[in-house]
Design a protein. Sequence first.
Length: 190
Amino acid sequence: MAKYSQKLVDRICSLIREDSYTIAEICDLVGINKDTYYTWMKTKSDFSDSIKKAEDARMQFFVAEAQKSLLKKIQGYEVEESKITYVDSGKPVVDENGKEKQKPKIKEKTIVKKHIQPDTAAIIFTLTNGNPDRWKNRQDSNISGLTPVSKFEGMTDEQLEDFIYGEKQKRDIVVDGRGGGCAETPESEK
């Protein structure tokens, strides 16, 4: 097990800054126990301060890289794609298994520049977060005016039954008792 030293602290901080290792992975790489790491975090203020500074530096790096990537997504960018066509050269070559085969020769090499269009989602994200007063990514549902109220609102069950009964009578429907079933008036009785 490694003893506490400034050299060890610098190594741990370097690992934190350069990559996104877990604490367990860092401890394995420097030869200390995870419990030792957490004990040092609690008991040694210079250790915990150094770790926090290294974590802050790593996060600043991630933010800077994210900003560069976002800028590329917003502006669009160029990429080069190459396509290579091979033919047999006529010269035999022996591979690692001792088999003889033809050595390939480049027949044609094509390089194509492609423009990657700006990403609409990245643009929307930047505008809505960068200037939320001007660019909003939400719907406004302000309803003005009076909203219609149902003519049945506030009626008791008995009043509703009376209304239904009255409507059925208006439409020439024979009602077999209040609240019972109903049937249309036969044509012969009309």
